[in-house]
Design a protein around this ligand. Sequence first.
Ligand SMILES: [Zn+2]
Ligand SMILES: [Zn+2]
Length: 305
Amino acid sequence: MTDAFTAPGRFWRGNLHTHSTNSDGVLDPSEVCRRYRDEGYDFMALTDHFIGFYKYPMTDTRAFRTRDFTTIIGAELHTGKQSNGELWHILAVGLPDDFAPPEAPHFSPVEGSESAADLALRARNAGAFVAIAHPQWSGLTLADARTVEAAHAVETYNHGCWAGCDRADGFAINDLLLSEGRRINLVATDDAHFSEPDHFGGWVMVKAEENDPEALVAALKAGLHYSTQGPEIRRVELTEKTIEVECSAAVSVIVQGHGQAAKAVHGLSMTRASLPLERFRKSPWLRVTVVDRAGKRAWSNPVWK
Ligand SMILES: [Zn+2]
Ligand SMILES: [Zn+2]
């Protein structure tokens, strides 16, 4: 089976969720791109809020591409109403410039506007990689998340939501969706507005042959990536009785599965770990978390048995 670790190419580091002065970010698009480029990122997506108040921006970052740095056109889409009465946030990376806006004049829901499920499907059909943004920050329920069938991923770590309200989590909903049999991947992002320490904290490593927007979006859709705050994951492989992990120096390697299934090994500076699969007999899926000495984490996409 092809996964991020066996696919051809190399890993490219990218941030998929960012804002500029074209919506509610502090820095203009060129400065946002410069900061990510100078920080060592290979690519980023500037995903301004696709809201009428901001004139439905599809921020054009093509001018800020260089030989070693590329950008993907995208937006954070809004429409409908979650079950808590609030507006949906959907991340879409790889959108066309002329993507038709929903009815989203402000950050408050409009009765009768397009559903989040329909908008996500429209984005997916237009070529985008689609993620359910910051579920914990949104107060999203599992029933809400379940409706967005077009999503490729859940944003399981959002660094801005970590910095601004200590609600970074998307793993709870992600794992419940997986246990329903939903083939969904996960992403870590910054959601940087540069209004607080909300940048350079969570990103994806995407395996592709070229650092090219189309190749990167195709790889993301195919799940050829992992998510991280710093540690590297180099291999995840299932054998008959074990799961084998190779990574940068780690103090913990943890495997999670359905329900209460989990297993961890701990050490001082592990670069490989072999964990027995016994505990996961009833779990059709597994995923891996690697924790380094500083407490930074890396997360694999789910592996299906
Ligand atoms: Zn948002
Ligand atoms: Zn955002």
